[in-house]
Design a protein around this ligand. Structure first.
Ligand code: MLT
Length: 242
């Protein structure tokens, strides 16, 4: 059986993949999905993605033992326990915890993917693991795959495009048909793979993060295959099979 692989460039376009019935892999390499993958790899129980600050604060007031996390404009909102830096999500801080997470684009892409049967979380950190799990699930279910790039503030982002390519480069051992956009992402990744981080630092969002003092987040998030996990979103929370 052959699997079509496409990619959407913006969080809002997740709804198109949902309409097609695709298996979705949501990517927000800087930094939302890198943060989610790190939190779960470091033992967090679950991550609940929430679109608005208001909804996140309300959920926290109803569940005082949950951690409240996220960013607006890249920075931790007032009263939050954690920002959106994957480096903050250490085992000491997150092990066993439920985390409410709200970010500008990444959690929107996740919420917009809600109607899909299967939604996985992808980043450079788990590119191989998420590709393998998504491919075997898609083959099992008879579905096509769409990598939904979250983008940055409603616009295309270089790092998500290249991250989609990193995941596609791990979709092997099956009859895969890439759309032109998916093929371009793959070729883009292959062309800078050996110097990934220095090239990701050229993106507009990277430059903004560097200005804010988050250069270490970019270096961390550019590590390919650091974590062999494939978290998935069940419509309420992102979890990982342990
Ligand atoms: C987002 O969801 O827009 C990003 O994760 C922003 C960030 O780098 O904090």
């Amino acid at each position: 059986m052959s699997i079509n692989v496409t990619t959407e460039f913006l969080a809002r376009d997740a709804v198109r993949a949902v309409r097609r019935g695709d298996l979705i892999i949501v990517v927000d390499a800087l930094r939302c999905t890198s943060t989610i993958v790190t939190a779960l790899a470091n033992g967090a129980r679950e991550v609940i993605p929430v679109k608005s600050l208001g909804k996140a604060r309300k959920m926290r007031s109803e569940n005082p033992d949950y951690l409240l996390a996220g960013e607006r404009g890249g920075l931790k909102p007032s009263g939050f326990d954690l920002g959106n830096s994957p480096l903050e999500y250490t085992p000491e801080r997150v092990s066993g915890k439920t985390i409410i997470l709200t970010t500008t684009s990444g959690t929107k892409a996740l919420e917009n993917s809600k109607g899909a049967q299967r939604v996985f979380i992808g980043s450079f950190l788990n590119a191989g693991a998420v590709a393998r799990e998504a491919l075997s699930t898609a083959l099992n279910d008879g579905r096509d795959i769409c990598i939904v790039q979250s983008g940055t503030n409603g616009a295309f982002s270089l790092e998500d495009f290249i991250c989609a390519g990193a995941i596609i480069s791990n979709l092997t051992d099956a009859d895969i048909k890439l759309s032109d956009a998916a093929q371009a992402a793959y070729l883009g990744f292959k062309s800078i793979e050996k110097n990934l981080c220095a090239n990701i630092m050229k993106s507009e969002h990277s430059k903004r993060l560097i200005e804010l003092g988050f250069v270490e987040d970019i270096k961390f998030s550019c590590q390919v295959n650091l974590f062999p996990i494939a978290p998935f979103y069940d419509g309420r929370a992102v979890i990982v099979r342990r």
